[in-house]
Design a protein around this ligand. Structure first.
Ligand code: AMP
Length: 281
């Protein structure tokens, strides 16, 4: 596996691979990799000749009071995981090499980004869209793999690819979970043992909504109340938002008549965790 650390070296390598007719798959990540990331690398492996994993903790998607400086990092472990999963290139650019000091062009998606995490993290998706577009230009992928874990991000990136005519196929991977249901996340490393136990409330809340729906409940308000009740039962947890939105438009719904997305962000202690599930009537 090749390790590349500058945008220039990455783009040169990608253009050479493209010219040689190789099919390129990319898996963008912020590192501190886990089995969720590994599953995406395997999806890319099955769809491309050359798999590029990018590892970049993107400052542009963190707000001023968020966890950029303490975001967990372990380059050696990440390198070993990428190698074991059969990645061909690990692109790990230095913090200062990706954005020009006076960078002034950004990509703003202004519909799907309004609610959910977009509402509680102003500017977050602008940072995500911009860095992903840059990573596409640097890695020249035919296919890019993202996780359903970040459901809003996935839908926004699909919209960006559509609206900007970017010639990339976006593939989604299902959320990989711990055995007790907690969605794997690099941020789970922040949790104390007691917080880690209570963090299962996110998945239990989603399950509560799904079982109410299966029992015939169609009211989004009732399903949200069922979710909120589960979160309230975990003393270390505090909901940032609990929403049920249309799975395509991400607009709030009142009745579940078509596929809807139950999405939530919950602080467990000081750690903000997200999870979601698609609800089908
Ligand atoms: P991150 O490193 O957290 O920015 O995530 C990089 C990619 O991995 C994104 O496409 C995420 O949606 C995806 N991802 C993160 N956690 C999981 C998970 N538990 N299962 C599947 N994909 C995930």
């Amino acid at each position: 596996m090749q390790i590349l650390t500058t945008p220039r070296a990455m783009q040169d390598a990608a253009l050479t691979l493209r010219a040689a007719g190789r099919r390129i798959g990319v898996v963008p990540t912020m590192g501190f990799l886990h089995e969720g990331h590994a599953s995406l690398i395997r999806l890319a492996r099955a769809r491309a000749d050359v798999v590029i994993v990018t590892l970049f903790v993107n400052p542009a998607q963190f707000g001023p009071n968020e966890d950029l400086s303490r975001y967990p990092r372990d380059f050696e472990r990440d390198r070993a995981l990428c190698e074991a999963e059969g990645a061909d290139i690990l692109f790990a650019p230095g913090a200062d090499s990706v954005y020009a000091a006076d960078a002034s062009v950004w990509i703003d998606e202004d519909r799907l980004s309004r609610g959910l995490c977009g509402a509680s993290r102003p500017g977050h998706f602008r940072g995500v869209c911009t860095v992903v577009a840059k990573l596409f230009n640097l890695t020249q992928p035919h296919v890019a793999v993202f996780g359903e874990k970040d459901a809003q991000q996935l839908r926004i990136l699909r919209r960006m690819v559509r609206d900007l005519d970017i010639p990339v196929e976006v593939v989604a991977g299902p959320t990989v979970r711990e055995t007790d249901g907690l969605a794997m996340s690099s941020r789970n490393a922040y949790l104390s043992p007691e917080e880690r136990l209570q963090a299962t409330c996110l998945r239990r809340a989603l399950d509560a909504a799904a079982s109410r729906l299966a029992a015939g409940e169609r009211s989004a308000a009732a399903l949200r109340a069922a979710m909120a009740e589960v979160i309230a039962g975990a003393p270390l947890a505090r909901a940032d938002y609990i929403e049920i939105v249309d799975d395509e438009t991400l607009e709030p719904v009142t009745l579940i008549g078509r596929p809807a997305l139950a999405a939530m962000a919950v602080f467990v202690g000081r750690t903000r965790l997200i999870d979601n599930a698609v609800l089908r009537p």
